[in-house]
Design a protein around this ligand. Structure first.
Ligand code: PLP
Length: 400
């Protein structure tokens, strides 16, 4: 899973190019930067890799979600639908823009259940955010079809699935836009960083301005100080060192995915001996990035029994029902509406009236699937010994 496993001379060379100019800022410094524009180059490479028209780099995957939501015009009074199994960042961004997160069930893809999505859409819904969790695709074509019927934009949270595809088409290009994260544990990493891709030039222009205090980036005699602004923005600018890392890491992404696929196939082979085991449904197995291996048992008791044996063998798997960062009922701060604001915003209106109360038992189908699912992170570099240890433990668990 983590791109830091393959840091090498390519990253060092890219970083040196930046240090040689001394320019860490993506804009301005015309003469001094000797035509080195790493963030711009990373955006161009990333858009072209994904087959998207435009890319906007930002400071994180969370910022990418926020900037995309802003550009889609989402704000207070709106609802945004996402799935109840995701990283907290997805709904943090929705709350931060002033909208209310509404959660759908997941199905055996471990991503948004399109059938449940249909029941959650209402006249306040302003955006739908399917998340391509654990390296693989949601039923994105079905989701986009449902959304278009209602004329609602789709933002694909592709933070965990850079390089993933369906029939060769990159995840992040099915909806109106796709967001990515390059934080320290993502498959390709710039330390911290994010990206939004879109085919909509006007949306890209809005994001480019919003992420940089509203700067319109139009060439003028006064330079940056003379630029105009159409609206108030914020600062989510990526810096040149991150852009440099991104160029080097993107060039390695396909080979990282290939290595992960190879490791995942071995784990899958070993786990297939577990009685009644099912694997996570993949819309297109070819397009899986294989950053995680998820296998689903028949009951939660069986799941716990199997994981106890894996733990005894020193290779316990993740059960996301027990993990407090990725699954709806475990987000106690969301459930309780914990916030640092005196007014209670964003969970309460400025007058103190609660805007939304979440029920921890809202998603029984997701809770059932999560309680039966075990997950291994798959790395780019896994030693034969490590893999053997895991496969042997899976074999033991299968016959116990
Ligand atoms: C990592 C992640 C994010 C946030 O990315 P950061 O770069 O850490 O801000 C958003 N959504 C999902 C699903 C993630 O896994």
């Amino acid at each position: 899973m983590p791109g830091f496993e393959v840091f090498g001379d390519e990253e060092k060379r890219q970083i040196s190019d930046v240090l040689d100019t001394g320019v860490l800022f993506r804009y301005e410094f015309g003469e001094q930067r000797k035509n080195v524009y790493k963030v711009l180059e990373f955006e161009k490479n990333f858009a072209s890799y994904c087959g998207a028209g435009f890319a906007q780099a930002v400071t994180s995957g969370t910022a990418a979600l926020k900037v995309a939501l802003a550009a889609l015009g989402v704000g207070p009074g709106d609802e945004v639908i996402t799935q109840g199994f995701t990283f907290v960042a997805t709904w943090e961004a929705i709350l931060d823009i002033g909208a209310i997160p509404v959660f759908t069930e997941i199905d055996e893809t471990l991503n948004m259940d399109p059938e449940d999505l249909k029941t959650k859409i209402n006249d306040k819904t302003r955006c739908i955010i399917p998340v391509h969790m654990l390296g693989a695709m949601a039923r994105i074509e079905e989701i986009v079809a449902i959304a278009s019927k209602h004329n609602i934009p789709v933002l694909e949270d592709t933070a965990q699935a850079a390089g993933g595809t369906i029939k060769g088409q990159h995840l992040g290009t099915f909806g109106n836009c796709g967001t990515f994260s390059f934080d320290s544990v993502k498959t390709m990493t710039t330390g911290e960083g994010g990206m939004i891709i879109t085919n909509d030039e006007e949306m890209w222009r809005t994001m480019s301005e919003y992420h940089d205090h509203g700067h319109d980036h139009v060439v003028n005699p006064g330079g940056r100080g003379g630029e105009g602004r159409r609206f108030v923005g914020f600062n989510y600018r990526m810096m040149e060192l991150q852009g440099a890392m991104g160029i080097a890491q993107l060039a390695k992404l396909d080979s990282m995915i290939a290595a992960q696929k190879n490791h995942k196939a071995k784990l899958r082979q070993a786990a297939s001996a577990i009685p009644g085991v099912q694997f996570r449904s993949l819309v297109d197995e070819e397009g899986d990035t294989a950053t995680f291996f998820a296998f689903i048992m028949e009951s939660s008791e069986q799941c716990q029994r199997i994981n106890a044996i894996l733990k005894e063998s020193g290779v316990g798997a993740i059960n996301f029902s027990e993990n407090s960062w990725h699954f709806y009922p475990s987000w106690e701060h969301l459930m309780k509406g914990s916030t640092i604001t005196a007014s209670g915003w964003p969970f309460a209106e400025p007058g103190g009236k609660r805007r939304v109360v979440y029920d921890p038992n809202l998603l029984p189908q997701s809770a059932d699937i999560m309680s039966r699912t075990l997950v291994y992170p798959v790395s780019v570099k896994m030693s034969d010994e490590q893999l053997k240890k895991m496969c042997d433990a899976l074999g033991r668990a299968a016959t116990a």
